[in-house]
Design a protein around this ligand. Structure first.
Ligand SMILES: Cc1cc2nc3c(=O)[nH]c(=O)nc-3n(C[C@H](O)[C@H](O)[C@H](O)COP(=O)(O)OP(=O)(O)OC[C@H]3O[C@@H](n4cnc5c(N)ncnc54)[C@H](O)[C@@H]3O)c2cc1C
Length: 416
């Protein structure tokens, strides 16, 4: 692709929006226009409905759309994780089947990775897939499944060979959620919402043709999903759950897109950047504590942390002096910065932090940050797991002891 600048991208997006944006059309119609333009997921190759842009140019697209206050692409784990994974590991038929329906929001996806006995030790998962003709029969339990209640499809990891060592007997499936044997039960979080779910799978079926990336090669495919997730969370994405949700179950597709236009504060509970620092600085001015030296120091610290993270990501994108673990470092820095923002925000608003809702001081943003901030340190791999990866893959330190890499899964000690 010919070189194109961020300014040119901004101008192109603005010119396109002049004719395409219409707040009176339905969400479904808007997302179809967005998908056809290539701006729904600009980093995908043009042959798969994207623009073949770098991450920087893709950010220029979201910034241009954000500045115009229009509704963004059909955010969710389909756009954030499934599409980039299928783009790398899917067959041309799978790419043509799944990606267009993700880009235009027809289908919502969820990530069926974690289980009650397999979170950090994801490769120890026990959900089993047994071949029956040209289908696999799936039985097991998944947990913490974000958006599972709205999903049409799941990125399912299941064990296809219990005799192989645990990393080698896993397969990655595109799993249809609306079928007998699949029960989704919401789990309420301390935010008061139920973003995630338990998913019980009892002899549900998935065709052999839905294997992504080859039989027993699921660990490599899952690592692509996890790498995309960590880089994306570290670069300031809020976790992929946007204002309008994709898929027929969420019930947003036939509503008017104008209903989903929200005032942008530059801040959301799961991400942090200059917008949050500006917001907290404004709050400190408003409450009169801007001259408190510890508040000033805290704000300067937040500014420094967000800038350092920005430079880290720039280094990753430039491909120069890469350590291969920039995504992990970015996620770690983001979760640390979120916790500091929570502390400094509460220092600024004081006892007002106990009030909830849009009428409370800060419009509820600091309060939301407070209850949501533990989540990002856990999802996409905990902080401790990120540190293990940085030390093993980035610094070359010895791996954790044990013969788990060679012992057949069936012979490994299991959680009760
Ligand atoms: C808001 C939210 C959304 C989520 N969404 C999804 C989703 O959509 N799909 C999905 O599949 N999962 C999802 N998860 C699950 C998430 O990926 C897991 O919670 C995470 O991987 C940790 O697993 P666990 O909860 O089983 O904790 P455990 O693995 O049991 O860990 C418990 C503690 O032990 C530490 N620990 C474990 N192993 C090691 C080690 N080797 N070295 C050092 N410390 C260690 C951990 O860091 C942690 O502090 C979500 C979680 C949250 C909080």
């Amino acid at each position: 692709m010919a070189q194109i600048s961020a300014e040119q991208v901004r101008d192109d997006v603005n010119a396109w929006l002049d004719s395409a944006w219409d707040p009176t059309i339905t969400v479904a119609e808007w997302w179809k226009r967005l998908a056809a333009s290539g701006y729904a997921s600009p980093m995908l190759p043009e042959s798969m409905g994207g623009k073949g842009y770098t991450r920087d140019l893709s950010i220029a697209v979201s910034n241009a759309m954000g500045a115009r206050g229009v509704v963004g692409a059909a955010m969710g784990l389909g756009l954030m994780l499934a599409a980039p994974t299928i783009a790398v590991h899917g067959s041309p038929e799978q790419q043509a089947t799944y990606i267009p329906r993700i880009l235009d929001g027809t289908d919502g996806w969820c990530q069926l990775f974690s289980e009650p006995g397999a979170g950090s030790d994801l490769a120890g998962l026990g959900c089993k897939a047994e071949l029956d003709g040209d289908e696999y029969v799936i039985t097991g339990q998944k947990v913490w499944t974000s958006g599972g209640q709205h999903a049409d499809w799941g990125m399912l990891l299941a064990r296809t060979n219990p005799d192989a060592p645990k990393h080698q007997g896993i397969t990655y499936f595109a799993f249809h959620m609306h079928q007998p044997g699949v029960e989704v039960r919401p789990l309420r979080e301390m935010t008061g919402r139920a973003m995630f779910n338990e998913v019980f799978i009892d002899e549900a079926r998935v065709p052999v043709a839905n294997i992504i990336g080859g039989l027993n090669n699921g660990w490599a495919v899952a690592n692509t999903t996890l790498m995309v997730e960590r880089a994306s969370l570290g670069s300031g994405s809020s976790g992929g759950l946007g204002v309008a949700l994709p898929g027929s179950l969420a019930g947003h597709l036939e509503r008017t897109v104008g209903e989903f236009v929200v005032e942008r504060t530059g801040s959301s509970a799961g991400s942090i950047g200059g917008g949050t620092v500006k917001l907290l600085t404004g709050l400190a001015r408003h409450t009169g504590c801007i001259n408190d030296p510890t508040v000033r120091q805290g704000l300067a610290e937040l500014h420094t942390l967000t800038e350092v993270n920005k430079f880290n990501m720039l280094r990753a994108r430039s491909g120069q002096r890469s350590t291969q673990v920039e995504g992990n470092l970015a996620k770690l820095l983001t979760t640390h910065t979120l916790r500091r923002a929570r502390e400094i925000g509460n220092q600024i608003i004081g006892a007002q932090g106990m009030l909830w809702g849009p009428d409370s001081l800060s419009g509820g943003i600091v309060q939301e940050l407070t209850v949501f901030s533990p989540g990002p340190s856990i999802y996409g791999g905990t902080d401790q797991v990120q540190r293990n990866i940085v030390s093993e893959r980035g610094l070359g330190l010895p791996k954790e002891p044990g013969d788990f890499r060679t012992t057949p899964y069936r012979d490994l000690p299991k959680n009760g």
